[in-house]
Structures are given as structure tokens and as C-alpha cells.
Design a binder for this molecule. Structure first.
Ligand SMILES: Cc1ncc(COP(=O)(O)O)c(C=O)c1O
Length: 288
């Protein structure tokens, strides 16, 4: 069966699912999105993702033409129509069709697209990373809490990782403190304490990051949110990245330096083991 894609309220076969070339999402990256996982026929933290989408919309001054409940229902409907039990949802809202100018007032109605695809699990799969020379965009330029369609900053860092022959890049902020990876938040472990950059750093307020903090409390692992330096990355006992697509992935090498003993560390392992049980408690059922 061909994939069905939701475009502005209609479910269309993949090859018929189109938006205009005059859409400002296409022309200018003017829009917002969410990436959401489907596990065992349920949607993980759907409400949290919908809430973040509306926060992103508010930051970029875009009014989503549906209320939260209706949009949530449309996401569920799209997953159900595709019979997806395990996979990934991409929910995109753009400024809509306008003209060649930047003026968003020319865009009458935002476009909404929902794509669902199968996606393998990455939980526990190790990564080698570099610290990229591309710095994370500061608040003063583009609020990082808005998950916008502008990912070029992250893509440039990703290109550096690819050129260096590793899997991922960790980006620093303009002051040289650790920010985040190109599509994941960063955690390190030192002396048994889990540490991650604070929410005031130029990072996305990751839903998996929040889940990690939550799980750590359940497991009695101390967590500190504070600025992290490059040398703390180099000398960390453990490092992992986390995000919706990546889930929890141990970092075994940074800039050619082996992390810990080069294997998944004990605290990372504990969180990975706990993750599937944790997920179960936050699934919105799709199939009744
Ligand atoms: C830049 C960036 N940081 C962090 C994350 C992790 O966020 P979440 O756990 O909500 O997927 C993502 C994933 O979308 C991201 O794109």
C-alpha cells in the first residue's frame, strides 16, 4: 500500500502529496515542525510534541489554523490510515503560500503536512562525534526553542561530521560552551553525576532530554543542568546524545579521544534499559 500523506486536511497518496513552490516554507524555511515516534501502535508524548509545536508557532508569530485537539486527532488519523505501529511522524506547519517577498502577511493560510514513515530503532547504538567549528545559532539571531524549518546551521555542522568521517557533530555556543548535537541534546556523566546544558543555553528543549531527566529521578541518578566545557567533554566518564529519532545513543569517541573505556558506560546503560518501560507510560493509543 502506498504511503498516505496528510496535506491540509486531506490524506493523499505519497506521489500526489504536494505543496506549492510559492509556499514560504519552501522559499524561506518559514515554518515549524515536530518529529514524533510511534511505538507499539501508540504515539510517544504526543501532547508534549503538540504543545511544543504551538510554542514554536507563537515564537515565530504564526497562527496554526486548527486547535490543538483537532491537530492531535489529525496526527492520530494519519498514523491509523497508514497502519503504522512502529515509526516516525513528521508534522510540519509552514507560513503558507505567498509571493516572492518575505512579507508573511502575503501568506493567507499556513500549510499543514503530516508524513508518517517506518523508522528503525537506534537505542543504544554507539556514535563517534566531533566538535564542529560551526557554532549554534544564538538567541539573538534565531530563538533555538522554536523548532523551525531553518536547519542550515545544524546541516553545516553535520557536513563537518561527514567530512571528518564520524557520525555526528556537537555544536558549541558562541562562548564556547557545549550546546547540542545537530538533532540531539547532549548529556555527560562525571563522578556518577549526569550533566547537561541548561535550558537557557541555545538548545532545543528536547522532549527526550526531559524524559532522561525524569527517568534519572526515578532511578536515583543525580542530574545537574549547567554549562559544560570542551575539556569536560574530553574527560567525561560517559557521554550520550538523545532525541526522538536517535533515542539514547552512547558517544564512544570525541575528536579522536576515546570516551571512558570506549564502551557504553553504566549510567547510560541503565537509562537505555529503562527507556522502553518508560515509553509505555506515555503512549497515546492509535488503534483504540
Ligand atoms: C537541534 C535539536 N536538538 C535536540 C533535539 C531533540 O529533541 P527531541 O528529544 O524533542 O526530539 C532535536 C530533535 O528534533 C533537534 O533537532
Amino acid at each position: 500500500m502506498s504511503l498516505l500523506v496528510y496535506v491540509n486536511g486531506q490524506l493523499l497518496p505519497k506521489d500526489k502529496a504536494c505543496i506549492s513552490v510559492f509556499d514560504h516554507g519552501f522559499l524561506y524555511g518559514d515554518g515549524i515542525f515536530e518529529g514524533i515516534r510511534v511505538y507499539k501502535g501508540g504515539i510517544f508524548k504526543l501532547k508534549e510534541h503538540i504543545d511544543r509545536l504551538y510554542r514554536s508557532a507563537k515564537i515565530i508569530n504564526l497562527e496554526i489554523p486548527l486547535d490543538k485537539d483537532d491537530l492531535q486527532e489529525d496526527v492520530i488519523r494519519t498514523v491509523r490510515a497508514n497502519g503504522l505501529k512502529e515509526g516516525y511522524i513528521r508534522l510540519v506547519v509552514t507560513r503558507g503560500v505567498g509571493d516572492m517577498g518575505l512579507d508573511p502577511r502575503k501568506c493567507e493560510r499556513p500549510s499543514i503536512v503530516i508524513i508518517v514513515v517506518p523508522m528503525p530503532r537506534y537505542l543504544g547504538k554507539p556514535l563517534r562525534v566531533i566538535i564542529s567549528s560551526t557554532r549554534r545559532m544564538p538567541y539573538q539571531c534565531l530563538p533555538p526553542h522554536a523548532k523551525t524549518l531553518n536547519y542550515l546551521n545544524n546541516i553545516l555542522a553535520k557536513i563537518e561530521a561527514i567530512s571528518a568521517g564520524v557520525d555526528e557533530a556537537i555544536m558549541l555556543d558562541l562562548n564556547g560552551y557545549v550546546a547540542e548535537a545537530t538533532g540531539e541534546n547532549v548529556f555527560i556523566v562525571k563522578y556518577g553525576v549526569l550533566m547537561t546544558p541548561p535550558i537557557t543555553a541555545p538548545i532545543l528543549a528536547g522532549i527526550t532530554r526531559e524524559s532522561i531527566i525524569d527517568m534519572s529521578k526515578e532511578l536515583g541518578i543525580p542530574v545537574v543542568e549547567r554549562q559544560l566545557t570542551i575539556d569536560e567533554l574530553y574527560t567525561a566518564d560517559e557521554i550520550f546524545l538523545c532525541g526522538t529519532a536517535s533515542e539514547i545513543r552512547p558517544v564512544i569517541e570525541v575528536d579522536g579521544r576515546i570516551v571512558g573505556n570506549g564502551k557504553t558506560g553504566p549510567i547510560t546503560e541503565k537509562l537505555i534499559k529503562h527507556f522502553d518501560e518508560y515509553i509505555q507510560r506515555y503512549l497515546t493509543p492509535v488503534y483504540g
